[in-house]
Design a protein around this ligand. Sequence first.
Ligand code: DPP
Ligand code: ZN
Length: 879
Amino acid sequence: PTTIYLSDYRVPDFLIDKTELSFELEEAHTTVNSRLYLRRNPEALDQSAPLELHGADLSLESIALDGRELAADEWVEEGELLRIASVPDNFTLHCVTRIYPQSNTSLEGLYKSSGMFCTQCEAEGFRKITYYLDRPDVMAEFYVDIIADKSLYPVLLSNGNCVLEEDLEFGRHRTRWHDPFPKPAYLFALVAGRLSRVSDRFRTRSGREVDLHIYVEDKDLDKCEHAMTSLKNAMRWDEDVYGREYDLDIFNIVAVDDFNMGAMENKSLNIFNTSCVLAKPETTTDAGFQRVEGVVAHEYFHNWSGNRVTCRDWFQLSLKEGFTVFRDAEFSADMGSPTVKRVEDVTLLRTAQFAEDAGPMAHPVRPDSFIEISNFYTVTIYEKGAEVVRMIHTLLGAEGFRRGSDLYFERHDGQAVTCEDFVRAMEEANGVDLQQFRRWYSQAGTPRLAVSGEYDEAAQTYTLTVKQSCPATPGQAEKLPFHIPLKVALLGEAGQLRLNLQGHKADPDAADNTERVLAVTEDTQAFVFTDIPERPVPSLLRGFSAPVRLHFDYRRDELLTLMAKDSDGFCRWDASQQLGLAEILSAISAQESGQAAVVAEDFVAACRSLLLDESLDPAMVALMLQLPSEAYLAELISPVDVQAIYRAREAVRKGLAHALRSELEACYGRCDVEEEYAANAEQIARRSLKNTALAYLMLCEDGEVYALARRQFERSGNMTDRLAALVAIVNAAEPYKGEALQRFYQDWQHEPLVINQWFQVQATCRLPGTLGRVKELMSHPAFDIGNPNKVRALIGAFCGQNAVNFHAEDGSGYAYLADQVIELNRRNPQIASRLLTPLTKWQKYLPAAQTAMKAELRRILAEPELSSDVYEVVSKSLQ
Ligand code: DPP
Ligand code: ZN
């Protein structure tokens, strides 16, 4: 496998003005006719370069240039390139290739999923369909014919507008599609199948009537309403917030059961994993509803941030993904509870992304090199990329950011551009200098901020001293200081203090001047606030204003103050997490010295006030009551002793449950209201607190709480409550468990997405014996290793979300994962490589675990025919 470098980027030697494709879909194979209208790129360095087209797993039937069949010595095939040495400056190339979608298990290119044909071309899947310039800076207008049996495949879809429909002989039919917007091959899509649809309309701000369709299997027609509502909300939101309208008369979504990613933003023909589009209360949890809303919006927003303005090369992936995640996060915040959404996103970032940044696969938001681009659809590109865009938003303010995005879209519409182009538009629209800020794109690693505060009573000043540093990452030993927006407030007895920063004017944007964004740009910097009448408690990194690890040596009472009083929801929640961490750390010490863990009275009291305070948002109460996750603790504690962390965390949870039992019961009762299900913020919040209370109550381990869980399991009509009860039952020493799992299966065996939940509940069970059960489930008739959702629900969930069992001291979890990766390596390299993540973090664990994990990585590396996907991750992890 070879490494590809950003620094080697060259403009394409050839451009394609028009691409005509014709697909003849049959049961044994598919024939693809392609006619490419090519010309030399006047900007290419080498004006006599040969034509090199990408192609993979294709069987070429014929190739003709300007109508003349090429002789065998006029072209060569080398690896993934087909080279024609001598071509004119303008010509058409006609290729006929044969492909085998039925046996394509990689789910990349054209493949079959439960009876339907569909495609996934991002990033480099189009080359599995026909020979092409498969790179995002080659954009062509597409005309696509699809021919197939009409009774098996009555619906034939591609991008753009349908311009022809006709019946052919032998029961076949043809549709022709034209997409007027030039696009790179990765946005091409084709769907053929027996599908039903739900339709609606949307009228854009300028009066365009858009037909909206969601295509699903007949049995799923009752699960489309939420996606449709979300789509319309997203279309309106993009008009309101970004001034961006939809640009065609038709917008299609298709749901597919076998899909590597969540969804794909193909122009006007989005293809979705069923798990990200189907929803109804009986089968879908609140989290599922929110995921559908977020993903539908994300893919729709790509129409501007991704399709109209796309990426020059794959190193710029975050240009579209970071920006679009930021856009969908803001959308979800506006549709629901902004603070809850922020806390959830920060939680993901601080666990998964910080871990990635600290591990062997660490890479900048704009990577410098890769072996396999599919490995770079990461939390760094997506979530950290979104944080980088959010910081620009924080630095420029909402209006400044909008000026920047307007300029970006206007200047680059129809182009394939870079992260640099994005930053420059933001700069130029606002007359600011983001030179140092650009380091966020080029430097990997999570910056650390060590902050200290000093109050000078005589001078009435408060000085915050901020030191930044960033650990080395692979290939980047030294880091230069970042430009970090640090949002702060100072809490006094009676509320937030007015902020006068020495040497600075008052912040004109801050309405009451009690919150300020400090520009941290140097290694060490002091910020002096004047006229501070009392010793304040600093509220730091408000709203998580930068993706950094911040340390401030808070006293306990200060954390309790922040937890009870801070007006910033993120900081309030974060204070609760720091207090929870302290409890867990002290429980670990207690265990080491053979003592029982005791939860501190003041922490119990703080949690009690949360439970009793009915004025608080129940969703926030639920989040604050949840102790830092094992995954987050693994980021904070070194080395990671998985078993000790798990036992300590459980001991603290148990301590809280016993101390707060009556409050938890009362809270449960208050939240347990009979109402018609709605996926709105208010109801979701209530269910979230109710189920948090239930999980705690289960730790009291008696018949009364078990009865409560059973009752909830048996009576609830929505999947959120039903599944939460099932999780509680499965994780308890509850004899009813087998029966509950059985019932759940009986009730839902006809719903694959629900059965995925059923697999996941069992795979994430914390009790001993889980690996054995997971192995048994792999031969359950409902399991299918070819279906990525099933693999994620069972194998992925066990290895990624069940630390205490995956890290079993006998190494059985590691060996299991390696076996699965080896099995999936050939079948579906993307999924195999994705599954590997937990093994790559070996450096964090105790020596014995490290040895066992590395041994499994070596075993994988020794396999013959490793895919480039798996090879890259394993070899980098062992470096
Ligand atoms: N389908 C993926 C996403 O939308 C890749 N573009 O993020
Ligand atoms: Zn995306």
